[in-house]
Design a binder for this molecule. Structure first.
Ligand code: 5AD
Ligand code: SF4
Length: 446
């Protein structure tokens, strides 16, 4: 493709940003761009940013500064900022960083080609509206598509109405909105035609999904999962991320009855102290969360739980922190993401007295040590079991392949005759620092 312009996208933050970056690359493909994996020869650089914690946002400004020599050398280079920092601080980015030609918020990605055209006239472009048209429908590219790897993300729901006191998402991604089921199913079939075997449904509050069904009434996430289950060639379904209060009965039941729905659930709790949960505006208690997990485990006993935790939220005492440690002890997470509370301007908790950084750091270390202990024990307990593995790519050693188990652990198999996209039964023989190793039991029928 001689003459094509080159687009370099750098993605920060969550999986939804990964999905959005793919959509933006496709949209810019229609505008004559091909993707490149280095900023050095790019005609356009796009940072797809994350605003969830302070450090994430600061990284964007320092990264932008690093592009100055490139822009000095090639004044035609266009630099754009997308994502949640763009949404929250669009005007400030324009003021603070004259290098930036374009700012586009997550709800306006379908307008990216027009905005890029605007920058070609020498103007700067800013779009952080919340338009009502269907962004994903408008982002759809027509014509044949290249084949792709065996796993894909698919956004089904965006935004959040929960307003946890620490969180910027309801402000940057807007109100909860679900895509119509038929559009999601079309996109899933197309992904499967392109070689995808596993789809992770994405949403900031994915289990609150309530998109229009083909016959008019709203579908729940479970209903959508069952419709995806019927697609031949699609082997695995996952979803993330969920709020405990939206874990509906039909979704819990699907974990027990839908064979394609993987035994893994990311269900953030944030804290184990009712006092702090109330101040966080989480609208659930530690007890209600634990009872919920009991019900989920009754439906699917081997489910692997994953969670998010915030330590050092305003007013968190040592007793509150101990309550979080107790909850962790009871649930025994296979994975967890833990963070020191970070003040986000414009959120209710930002106005409150903040804890010392040292206290936060100490609690984070203690919490992470406990989680790591459980994570290790759970991973080690896979040795001797035979698990389904979806192979994704060759490993570092000759003949080796790497895939993911049903529980999302990386699994290495030596002398493996299979290809990316193959699903097989693997007997786990070893548990390493970050992955498992095993041998093929049967190359099919996982
Ligand atoms: N400070 C620290 N962690 C946060 N998260 C969201 N907002 C903040 C904040 N202000 C964490 C929560 C959420 C995850 C995506 O990020 O744990 O579940
Ligand atoms: Fe943020 Fe999740 Fe709370 Fe929504 S439910 S406000 S996305 S932490």
């Amino acid at each position: 493709m001689s003459g094509a312009k080159k687009l370099y996208i750098k993605t920060y933050g969550c999986q939804m940003n990964v999905y959005d970056s793919e959509r933006m690359a496709e949209a810019m493909g229609s505008a004559g761009y091909v993707e490149t994996d280095t900023p050095d020869d790019a005609d356009m650089i796009l940072l797809n940013t994350c605003h969830i914690r302070e450090k994430a946002a600061e990284k964007v400004y320092s990264e932008l500064g690093r592009f100055r020599p490139l822009k000095d050398a090639r004044p035609d280079l266009k630099i754009g900022v997308a994502g949640c920092v763009a949404q929250a601080e669009g005007d400030e980015i324009m003021r603070r960083q004259p290098l930036v030609d374009l700012v586009v918020g997550p709800q306006s990605y379908h307008r990216l080609p027009q905005l890029e055209a605007q920058t070609r006239t020498g103007a700067r472009a800013l779009d952080t509206d919340f338009p009502l048209d269907d962004k994903f429908e408008a982002l759809k590219t027509r014509g044949p598509k290249a084949s792709r790897g065996p796993t894909a993300f698919l956004t089904v729901q965006e935004g959040c109405d929960k307003f946890c006191a620490f969180c910027v998402v309801p402000y940057t991604r807007g109100a909860e909105a679900s895509r119509p089921a038929a559009r999601i199913l079309d996109e899933a079939r197309e992904l499967v035609d392109r070689g995808v075997r596993e789809i992770t449904l994405l949403g900031q509050n994915v289990n609150a999904y309530h998109g229009a069904g083909p016959e008019g009434s709203d579908w729940s996430l479970a209903r959508l999962i069952w419709a995806l289950d019927a697609i031949d060639g699609l082997e695995r379904i996952r979803f993330t991320t969920s709020h405990p209060n939206d874990m509906a009965d039909d979704l819990i039941e699907a974990h027990g009855t839908c064979a394609k729905l993987m035994p893994y659930l990311h269900l953030p709790v944030q804290s184990g102290s009712d006092r702090i949960l109330k101040r966080m505006n989480r609208k659930h208690t530690a007890e209600s969360y634990l009872r919920l997990i009991e019900r989920i485990r009754a439906a699917r006993p081997d489910i692997l739980m994953s969670g998010d935790f915030i330590v050092g939220f305003p007013e968190e005492t040592e007793d509150d922190f101990q309550a979080t440690m107790d909850l962790i002890e009871e649930v025994k997470y296979g994975y967890a993401y833990s963070f020191k509370y970070s003040t986000r301007p414009g959120t209710p908790a930002a106005e409150r007295a903040q804890l010392d950084e040292d206290v936060k750091t100490d609690r984070l270390h203690r919490l992470q040590a406990r989680i790591t202990h459980h994570q290790r024990a759970i991973q080690d307990a896979m040795v001797g079991r035979t698990l389904g593995v979806l192979f994704e790519k060759p490993g570092r050693l000759p003949g080796q392949m790497v895939g993911k188990s049903d529980y999302l652990h990386a699994v290495h198999v030596a002398d493996c005759p299979l290809q990316p996209g193959d699903l097989a039964r693997v007997e786990i023989t070893e548990s390493g620092s970050n992955s498992l190793a095993g041998r093929l039991v049967s190359p099919s029928g996982a």
